[in-house]
Design a protein around this ligand. Structure first.
Ligand SMILES: C[S@@+](CC[C@H](N)C(=O)[O-])C[C@H]1O[C@@H](n2cnc3c(N)ncnc32)[C@H](O)[C@@H]1O
Length: 355
């Protein structure tokens, strides 16, 4: 998608999918965090106008609705919602629409909504400081148009307790870095110069994979334990990367649930961004080939593993869910590629490569 110039623009299938993933995730995140901490912050650094050309709601609306649900309110915890938008006309639209939601339904007394006109890179961290968000969990939705989330923002959030980021990256912008012309912009996003080695990669696919891995490393450097990243392609072939980073294992599980429940009718194809086979699949017809290759590589590296460890590896290191690991292992066993002892694919069964 070309970067829109107008105040509002059309909502594309990627955006619809992203909203469903976010909405489902927040439906789990708000109550889980509210049940465990005195306060929490949901923040958008690139909030947009909160409405699309044909009237569809923007991401701030989904966050507001989930934060205002009776289930969350019942915990009586302080919830901060922070929406930041740089462009004046979009900011004004955002402000108006956010207020109309909050006025239309009664706002829980402990919900503090801050709609701010500002630049995510310069103004977001100071805003979180003045709102006393630190030392309590933060979920940051960083949804720029290109690849424009400053590492400093991700880094600060990564070092905060139980915090998470969801970063959207348009691969076309990512690949812009591959030409190594925009060096400073790249350094700002990756947080160091390691990514510049991309010039040694030969094919465009190698470059893209290298950049994906470099970004994943950057998220780890920021302090996040787990990263999940996948690529969505719409019917027109337009691609979008979503990177999710968290230090909470349950967060990975919930984000995967949200992703795997994306509406198959949106016509999107998904791909594990690290898969060398470039295999994409519809969400309702998952192809387990990349997962099988990954499990075989894991077994080559580790000699043997029990099913529980392979299921956990699948959860934390691939885009697949734990039940996919069970199916993949069964298929690999039936094809004589692995041995499982005892033969049932149960948590404690031992798996080795068959010779
Ligand atoms: C992809 S849109 C956000 C869409 C929104 N998250 C949604 O899902 O409805 C990105 C928005 O970020 C704004 N933006 C771009 N650079 C920014 C910056 N440095 N700081 C804050 N906002 C910025 C753009 O004006 C645009 O409205």
């Amino acid at each position: 998608m070309a970067v829109p110039k107008t105040k509002l623009w059309k909502c594309d299938p990627h955006t619809v999918a992203k909203h469903r993933i976010l909405d489902r995730y927040l439906q789990a995140w708000f109550p889980i965090i509210a049940s465990r901490y005195p306060s929490l912050t949901y923040v958008e650094g690139f909030a947009g106008p909160n409405e699309y050309e044909d009237g569809e709601p923007g991401s701030p609306t989904y966050a507001l609705r989930q934060a205002m649900s009776p289930k969350v309110e019942a915990f009586g915890k302080l919830i901060r919602l922070v929406f930041m938008e740089e462009r004046r006309d979009r900011f004004e639209h955002l402000l108006e629409t956010v207020e109309s939601i909050s006025i239309g339904t009664s706002r829980p007394p402990k919900l503090v909504v801050s709609t701010l006109h500002g630049d995510c890179g310069k103004d977001l961290l100071p805003a979180l400081t003045s709102l006393h968000s630190w030392r309590q969990p933060i979920f940051a939705n960083l949804d720029g148009f290109g690849a424009d989330v400053p590492f400093a923002v991700v880094d600060r959030i990564g070092k905060n307790v139980s915090s998470e980021v969801l970063v959207t990256v348009a691969p076309s912008f990512f690949v812009r870095f591959a030409s190594v012309q925009d060096l400073e912009a790249g350094d700002l996003v990756f947080g160091d110069r390691g990514w510049r080695h991309v010039r040694h990669c030969s094919s465009p696919e190698d470059k893209r994979r290298f950049l994906v891995n470099s970004y994943r490393e950057a998220l780890k450097r920021a302090g996040f334990k787990w990263t999940l990243h996948f690529e969505m392609t719409d019917e027109g072939g337009h691609k979008l990367f979503l990177f999710f980073a968290t230090s909470v294992e349950l967060g990975v599980d919930k984000m995967k649930d949200a992703m795997w429940k994306t509406d198959p009718n949106l016509g999107l194809r998904f791909r594990d961004a690290r898969d060398t086979g470039q295999l994409s699949f519809a969400i309702d017809a998952p192809d387990l080939t990349p997962l099988k290759a990954n499990l075989i590589a894991y077994l080559k590296g580790n000699g043997k593993a029990n099913v529980g460890a392979l299921r956990r590896h699948t959860l934390l290191e691939t885009i697949y869910r734990m039940p996919h690991a069970t199916t993949a292992l069964r298929e690999l066993r039936n094809a004589g590629v692995v041995s499982v002892i005892p033969k049932t694919v149960a948590t404690s069964s031992k798996v080795t490569l068959a010779h």
